[in-house]
Design a protein around this ligand. Structure first.
Ligand SMILES: Cc1cc2nc3c(=O)[nH]c(=O)nc-3n(C[C@H](O)[C@H](O)[C@H](O)COP(=O)(O)O)c2cc1C
Length: 251
C-alpha cells in the first residue's frame, strides 16, 4: 500500500505528531502544504493509497490556506486519515472542516485523530508535547489505522465538531525588531508570502495567517508578537489550557 502524508506544519508540532503516527507505516511520501511553489492540482494519489492529512487548529478551525491547497489534490478514492493538532485548548470544528474538504476532494475518510502539541504562540501551554508517551500512543493509533486500511474497511468514523464552522480569522501579525539582518529566510519560508523579500520588516497584514513560522525560524530571534497581546491571550486561555488534554482516535 502506497502511503502519503499531506502536512501543514508552520512550526513543526504537526510534523512531529504525523511522524509518530506514521512511524510503523512503509515508506511515506510527503506533500508539504506550506510550499508556495507546488502545483497541488498536479498530484495523482493512487486509489489504493493510505493518506494522512495533518493540520494545526487555529482558533478552533483549520487554516484556510492549508484547506484551499489540500482541496486542489485529487483524492481518487484513496483512504484518508485526518489529524488535527492543537495547543491543549480546543480543536473545535477543525476535524469536521477537514472531513468536508477531504470528501469534496474525493478522499474516503477512514479515521481521525486529535493530538496535542506545544502551543505555538503561548509556549508554556503543552510545553514539550508531543512527549515520549504521546508518541508511543500516536504510533499505536497509526498501527490500528494501518490495519483498518489493510482490512479494506471503509467504515466512516464519527468525528466530533460543529457545522457550520466559523471562518478562520487571525490578527496576530509578528513584526521584526532592530536585530533583523534582512537575511530573507522568513520571506522565503512564509507559507502565505506575506513578508517582503527586500525588507523583512515589511509584512502584508492582509496575507499573514499568524502561523508563527517566521517567529520560529528567525536565526537571530528578531521576530515576535506584541508582548501585551500575547499576555492578554495567555490569560484568556489559561483556564482552558491548564487541564492536560489527551490524544483521541476516531476509528
Ligand atoms: C494563530 C494560532 C491560533 C491557534 N489557535 C489554537 C486553538 O484554537 N486551540 C488550541 O488548542 N491551540 C491553538 N493554537 C496552537 C496550535 O494549534 C498548536 O501549537 C499547533 O501545534 C501548531 O502547529 P505547528 O507546530 O505544526 O505549527 C493556535 C496557534 C496559532 C499560531
Amino acid at each position: 500500500m502506497k502511503c502519503y502524508q499531506i502536512l501543514f506544519s508552520p512550526t513543526g508540532g504537526t510534523e512531529k505528531v504525523a511522524a509518530a503516527i506514521t512511524q510503523n507505516w512503509p515508506e511515506v511520501q510527503t506533500i508539504d502544504l506550506s510550499s508556495t511553489s507546488t502545483d497541488f492540482a498536479s498530484f495523482f494519489i493512487e486509489s489504493g493509497s493510505l493518506v494522512l492529512v495533518a493540520m494545526p487548529s487555529f482558533g478552533d478551525v483549520a487554516p484556510q490556506l492549508a484547506l484551499d491547497r489540500f482541496a486542489q489534490i485529487n483524492g481518487n478514492r484513496a483512504k484518508c486519515v485526518l489529524v488535527a493538532v492543537y495547543g491543549n485548548r480546543a480543536y473545535g470544528s477543525t476535524l469536521v472542516q477537514m472531513e468536508d474538504t477531504a470528501n469534496a476532494a474525493g478522499f474516503q475518510v477512514i479515521a481521525a485523530i486529535s493530538a496535542v502539541a506545544e502551543h505555538s504562540i503561548i509556549h508554556e501551554y503543552a510545553a514539550g508535547r508531543p512527549n515520549a508517551e504521546d508518541c508511543k500512543q500516536l504510533s499505536a493509533f497509526g498501527t490500528k489505522i494501518f490495519e483498518k486500511a489493510l482490512s479494506g474497511s471503509l467504515a466512516v468514523p464519527a468525528i466530533p465538531g460543529k457545522r457550520p464552522y466559523k471562518k478562520s480569522s487571525s490578527g496576530f501579525v509578528p513584526s521584526a525588531d532592530s536585530h533583523c539582518t534582512n537575511c530573507g529566510l522568513c520571506a522565503e519560508k512564509c507559507p502565505a508570502q506575506a513578508i517582503s523579500k527586500d525588507n523583512g520588516k515589511v509584512t502584508d497584514k492582509s496575507k499573514c495567517i499568524s502561523c508563527m513560522r517566521c517567529v520560529s525560524i528567525c536565526p537571530v530571534h528578531a521576530r515576535s508578537l506584541n508582548k501585551v497581546t500575547v499576555s492578554v491571550v495567555a490569560s484568556a486561555i489559561k483556564k482552558a489550557c491548564s487541564v492536560q488534554k489527551s490524544n483521541e482516535l476516531f476509528l
